[in-house]
Design a protein around this ligand. Structure first.
Ligand SMILES: Cc1ncc(C[n+]2csc(CCOP(=O)(O)OP(=O)(O)O)c2C)c(N)n1
Ligand SMILES: [Mg+2]
Length: 343
């Protein structure tokens, strides 16, 4: 059987669902909208400044994938701990809306969330539950699992989250972590953002089927395949299920199918050498998570087009202010070079 028969025909993806705002309060819907637009506009700003050379560090953008991080952040409570990877601006911003410290970090300035010593792939904000990102693919999966072990030993009602991509499922450490979490009943939520690509290789060039949740099944971990561009489905599932993970201390695997609009790294739409993405990209743009939610909000008179434009305007103005403020922040002193290195 060709397990990839759907891959070139996204209309036939069976997990696609319609955004459904019923049962959700206006304040949560507006938070979803605000956070997704903030992340989108912040990453567009970063993209622009990678292109013009102002940002020197490599930036992996998650434009198109915003719904997953926002739904998870809105389902988290105090002392839950999330761990990201190389593509984590959205995971960070969904928790803190702090475009200033993200911009300062990608610019390598002292006011950055990692004091300007890390750049785009080493971002952290423990005070808001983001326990850091690491560019080594798979590296934070055992850290999140370890955080799950710590929560379990303390018998606290919290959880840890590991964000990773479909490519990380090809690393042994994912399988070791799933096994440990399952055997030891750890409250860790494994969120696979399956964007069908790892660097320049599409999933059908690397794996024998499209869905990574089969790895959770192999370790007897409850799993779901979900529409990663549908914020209401993601939120309804996560907000309910996270509660039971905190209560039962059993792991959970969420496979959110999505698509990144940019190439693997940098500002271009398609840096995926040897892979033609333009057809797919056109279709995925129709499944823009922001468009899907805002259309539904307007249709149901939750907001008007004028109000939507106003929200966008306010976000753009915050981003311009924070960007200009970040540009004025100093570069770290050379004496910092070994200051944050431990051995
Ligand atoms: C251990 C390791 N191998 C290879 C790389 C190079 N690399 C960086 S990101 C990436 C792709 C990861 O793909 P995926 O996990 O699907 O995440 P995505 O980029 O799609 O968000 C690779 C191979 C790395 N950073 N670390
Ligand atoms: Mg991927």
């Amino acid at each position: 059987m060709n397990k990839f028969k759907d891959l070139n025909n996204i209309e036939s993806f069976t997990h696609f669902t319609d955004v459904n705002i019923s049962d959700l309060k206006k304040d949560i819907l507006l938070k979803m909208l605000f956070k997704m637009i903030l992340i989108r506009k912040a990453e567009e700003k970063i993209s622009e400044n990678v292109e013009n050379g102002t940002i020197k560090c490599p930036c992996h953008l998650a434009i198109g994938q915003e719904a997953i991080a926002v739904a998870a952040a809105l389902s988290m409570i105090k002392d839950d701990k999330a761990f990201g990877a190389h593509r984590s601006h959205a995971h960070f911003l969904a928790l803190n809306d702090d475009t200033f410290s993200l911009f300062a970090e990608v610019l390598g300035r002292v006011d950055g969330c990692s004091k300007g010593m890390g750049g785009s792939m080493h971002i952290i904000d423990k005070s808001n539950g983001f326990y850091g990102s690491v560019p080594i693919v798979g590296a934070t999966i055992p850290m999140a699992t370890g955080a799950g072990l710590s929560i379990s030993l303390k018998e606290s009602k919290n959880l840890s989250i590991s964000y990773f991509g479909d490519g990380a499922c090809e690393e042994g450490v994912l399988h070791e972590s799933l096994n440990l979490a399952s055997v030891m009943n750890l409250p860790t939520v494994f969120i696979c953002e399956n964007n069908l690509f790892s660097s320049h290789l599409r999933i059908d060039q690397r794996q024998t089927e499209m869905y990574t949740s089969r790895f959770a099944k192999a370790h007897n971990i409850e799993s779901i395949v979900i529409d990663g561009n549908n914020i209401t489905d993601l939120y309804n599932f996560m907000s309910t299920k996270f509660k039971s993970v905190r209560d039962t201390h059993k792991p959970l695997f969420i496979e959110a199918i999505t698509y990144r609009w940019k190439g693997h790294v940098g500002h271009r739409e398609d840096e995926d050498v040897g892979v033609e993405r333009s057809q797919d990209l056109r279709k995925w743009r129709n499944r823009d998570p922001i468009k899907l939610l805002s259309e539904e909000l307007i249709k149901n008179n939750i907001i008007s087009t004028v109000e939507l434009n106003q929200i966008e305007k306010e976000i753009i103005s915050k981003i311009e202010n924070d960007w200009n403020k970040a540009l004025k922040s100093e570069f770290p002193d050379k004496s910092n070079l070994n200051k944050f290195v431990y051995s």
